[in-house]
Design a protein around this ligand. Structure first.
Ligand code: NAD
Length: 443
């Protein structure tokens, strides 16, 4: 099937590559000329395990191509996926300007039936707006063409995006059109063979499903962080509590890890956008607002611990920082906890020597040659001449480091771990003072 994808970011590129991998003919369109030039030259602009080889072989096989040409993009696919960004507006609501721009583009060029598929995370009612924007363009052209707008939210996780797309837990489709149902069934057939993972519903429910899923996951994290902060004050160990509650199948072990806050391009913006949607219909989303405010505060707990350790005087101190990406296996630093920590440290007059296995280029892009930031090629290099070590991302390579090496390299043998990677007793045996999240020692 011929498919067009608008937006060649994390979602658009993974979607395009995976659909091409199973045999569809996919054209990815983006307004970012530099990104498209890179992709055409064989460079993948993001780090996502497994993606590069799929893009390479599908391009070579002639099933995946890239363009900035809107007319070519619209004429290519009977299915027109929208996978552009929906960043937060000033009031927290989702900014739909990129989504409606694509809808207008489709309306300006289409000359036969199309199914427009909203894959971006968009507030309830967006399909109606896309419909209206597209219809307005057709009216300008005096054309009476048929089209459907479908909601098909994406649930992939950065860092495991290819696997998630290839083996989805569910494929949610919101539509009332039989014609669109048939086309989407056909597109997703290769991903849906062992059991039926497709869940059909009305458009508004599909739009809300995506926000509800992300808000639920964010709630679990903020809940655990709240209990972790309590555990510290009560002399309890959140890791024991986690095991204790996770064993209840009604609770489960998934997604109940405490830490220095959630980041990324989805949870923070989606929780805020859903709270904003609630406010717009005169409902105060008390729980969602609390989830967001717990998380905002949680991003500063490592700094508070470091500051307390140095009795409030961080001027001239050097902090080695392991982990910059918002989570492992990605180079994405949007809303990453590392950024809040670095900003806090710089404000207090400290310097940062940072290392991340994949996000160094992204850090350079965001911060340039900022005073107080040294980018290091290895985690060992980040330790050299540093006073203490802080950890913000649970990359595998940080799980079993050379603890003797850490003791030897640091001026003060203290580790501030925002992801609870280690056993406190083990670190103490090495002579390290260990501060984690919710593990008894407050500061
Ligand atoms: P992204 O910022 O990585 O990519 C968006 C791309 O859209 C950019 O390359 C941008 O240049 C392009 N774009 C903007 N306007 C365009 C236009 N008019 N025509 C064509 N391209 C245009 O974003 P992302 O992380 O891939 O997220 C896309 C959507 O998917 C968002 O709504 C997000 O909430 C949702 N989502 C993201 C994830 C994730 O893990 N990143 C997971 C599920 C859903």
């Amino acid at each position: 099937m011929n498919i067009t994808i608008f937006g060649t970011g994390y979602v658009g590129l993974v979607t395009g590559a995976c659909l091409a991998d199973v045999g569809h003919h996919v054209l990815c369109m983006d307004v970012d000329q530099a990104k498209i030039d890179k992709l055409k030259a064989g460079h993948i602009p993001i780090y996502e395990p497994g993606l590069e080889s799929i893009v390479k072989h599908t391009v070579e096989a002639g099933r995946l191509a890239f363009t900035t040409d809107t007319a070519e993009a619209v004429s290519h696919g009977v299915l027109q996926f929208i996978a552009v960004g929906t960043p937060p507006d000033e009031d927290g609501s989702a900014d739909l300007q990129y989504v409606t721009a694509v809808a207008r583009t489709i309306g300006q060029h289409m000359d036969e039936y199309k199914v427009v598929v909203d894959k971006s995370t968009v507030p309830v009612g967006t399909a109606d707006r896309v419909h209206a924007a597209l219809r307005a363009e057709l009216d300008k052209r005096d054309l009476e063409l048929d089209f459907d707008v479908v909601s098909n939210p994406e649930f992939l996780k950065e860092g495991a995006a290819v696997n998630d797309f290839m083996k989805p837990d569910r494929i949610v489709v919101g539509t009332s059109s039989d014609r669109a149902v048939d086309l989407l069934r056909e597109v997703y057939y290769p991903f849906n063979r062992s059991r039926d993972r497709m869940i059909f519903m009305d458009v508004r429910s599909a739009e809300l499903t995506k926000y509800a899923a992300n808000a639920m996951l964010a709630t679990k994290i903020s809940f655990m962080n709240e209990v972790a902060n309590l555990a510290e004050r009560l002399g309890a160990d959140i890791e024991a509590v986690r095991q204790g509650i996770g064993s209840d199948p009604r609770i489960g072990y998934h997604f109940i890890y405490p830490g220095c806050g959630y980041g990324g391009s989805c949870f923070p913006k989606d929780v805020q956008a859903l709270a904003r949607t609630a406010a717009d219909c005169d409902y105060e989303a008390r729980l969602l607002n609390a989830v967001e405010s717990v998380n905002r505060a949680q991003k500063h707990v490592l700094f508070d611990k470091i500051s307390h350790y140095f009795q409030g005087d961080l001027n001239g101190k050097v902090v080695a920082l392991w982990g910059l990406a918002f989570k492992p296996n990605t180079d994405d630093m949007r809303e990453a906890s590392s950024r809040a920590l670095m900003e806090d440290l710089w404000r207090a007059g400290a310097k940062v020597q940072a290392y991340d296995p994949e996000a160094m280029r992204e850090t350079q892009r965001i911060f340039g040659d900022r005073d107080g930031l040294t980018l290091c090629g290895t985690k060992e290099q980040a330790l050299k001449g540093a006073d203490v070590l802080a950890i913000c991302t649970e990359w595998k390579e940080f799980r079993s480091p050379d603890f003797d090496g850490i003791v030897a390299a640091l001026r003060e043998p203290a580790v501030f771990d925002g992801r609870n990677l280690y056993e406190p007793e083990m670190l103490e045996r090495y002579g390290l003072v260990y501060y984690a999240i919710g593990r008894g020692r407050t500061q």
